[in-house]
Design a protein around this ligand. Structure first.
Ligand SMILES: [Mn+2]
Length: 427
């Protein structure tokens, strides 16, 4: 007595992932579409739910139509129903393909921006699916304002399919109020449009964006895939992301403090990649490409030279670090703070940097300068002002708050002077 549904959105058939070798078959979103169809068949899923932007644009019609129809055909042969709504990218092309009428198992809900429902009975469970489709590219009003559907009294569950922008009031892509979603007699909302997988926790119903199942660029980091829903009588709806994206994007952060040789940095990069790959072990089957943005951090006297120690070439893929995976560092971002070694020399310069160096030295040695005294006075005054403020007085009842202490002031000023000097020297 249960139903299994697989939900996904924003596949953008016709597009391909950035930063992969040219013409890589796995980089195309059609690759993940076939994987999704295979998963539905392998896991005996009862119905596939697609919540918009499945096709990238109508200019991608010819790239998308073949694979989409082939998938629908396979699902029809396996007696799997498909329910979908159109988004802002496929508002015209999706009805066109479905309208060709060869797929009795495929149901586009809510064409022309009118809410529509469909009853599905499987394994002794009656399920109502409700949906609304984009009638045009831009929709400024919340589609929930016109929510009217008949839900059969014998229906055990109601699942809503909708493409739009949750809690973005001025969106031109169907602004959806979360409170509006919660008010409807719906047990779970499957949304589309936002590519980042998002679950709104806290209260019923279950509201979520499955997100794009195929990572398209470094702007779509982390594990991605469709979401499996399990519906059982008298139980909360179970949901689980099934990792399927062949591409994984992420940041790699390496601290270069105290590194003196290229080999040190290389070792640390390898280590970081291995750690990352290890943490992704459970999705290793689907994962073929790992693309990283490398951030160099920490303190170093010559951060600009350190940056040249790694030199990711255009088509450089590292193939043998992790078996079965291709790895690429797509970009190196230098966030290294300059370690100033000649602070004493700099302190003699009549520049702003010189004054800051002089102040840092004075704080470190427990001495004082005219500038430091002035800054400490200012700090003390501001701190006392803050302590007299309403919010601060409210806090006082919870914590013991002491008078501004010069030692604390010196410490804060030291951090600020260092930050300022680094910014000055770094340009
Ligand atoms: Mn969209």
């Amino acid at each position: 007595m249960s139903i299994k549904l697989l939900a996904t959105s924003d596949l953008h058939l016709g597009r391909r992932s950035a930063d992969l070798p040219a013409n890589t078959a796995e980089g195309k979103t059609t690759y993940t579409w076939h994987k999704i169809v295979d998963l539905v068949l392998r896991e005996s899923v009862d119905a596939l739910l697609l919540t918009g932007d499945i096709i990238d644009e109508d200019n991608k019609y010819f790239e998308a139509v073949g694979p989409l129809k082939a998938g629908f055909e396979k699902l029809r042969e396996a007696n799997v129903e498909v329910f979908l709504v159109a988004g802002n990218h496929d508002y015209d092309v999706l009805p066109e393909i479905i309208g060709q009428g060869r797929f009795p198992n495929v149901h586009l809900l809510g064409a022309d921006g009118r809410w529509e429902s469909h009853l599905l009975s499987r394994n002794g469970v009656d399920l109502t699916l409700v949906g609304w489709s984009f009638p045009r590219r831009h929709v400024r009003e919340d589609p929930l304002l016109s929510f009217t559907v008949d839900i059969s009294p014998k229906s055990c569950f109601t699942i809503g399919l909708l493409h739009g922008d949750a809690d973005v009031a001025d969106s031109v892509y169907a602004p959806l109020r979360l409170s509006g979603l919660r008010q409807q007699p719906v047990d779970a909302w499957v949304l589309g449009h936002i590519h980042k997988p998002t679950v709104y926790r806290g209260s019923l119903p279950l509201i979520f964006y499955p997100g794009s199942p195929h990572a398209l660029s470094a702007a779509e980091p982390g594990v991605r895939g469709p979401v499996m829903l399990n519906l059982k009588h008298g139980q909360d709806i179970g949901h689980e992301t099934i990792p399927l994206s062949p591409v994984y994007y992420d940041d790699l952060i390496v601290d270069v403090t105290n590194m003196h040789h290229k080999s040190d940095l290389r070792g640390r990069i390898m280590e970081a990649i291995e750690t990352k790959s290890h943490s992704l072990q459970k999705i290793n089957d689907s994962l073929l490409y790992m693309v990283f943005t490398l951030y160099l951090e920490g303190e170093h006297p010559d951060g600009f030279s350190v940056e040249t120690w790694v030199n990711p070439a255009e088509d450089d893929y590292l193939d043998d670090i992790i078996p079965g995976k291709s790895i690429k560092i797509r970009k190196v971002l230098n966030r290294i703070r300059p370690a100033i070694e000649n602070l004493e020399v700099l302190a003699k310069e009549p520049s702003l940097a010189g004054r800051l160096a002089e102040t840092i030295l004075a704080i470190q040695k427990g001495e004082s300068t005219a500038l430091l005294d002035e800054m400490l006075r200012e700090w003390k005054m501001k701190t006392e002002q803050m302590q007299r403020s309403e919010t601060y007085i409210a806090l006082k009842s919870y914590e013991r708050i002491s008078e501004p202490d010069e030692k604390e002031g010196r410490l804060q000023l030291l951090q600020e002077c260092r930050k300022l000097l680094s910014t000055l020297m770094h340009g």
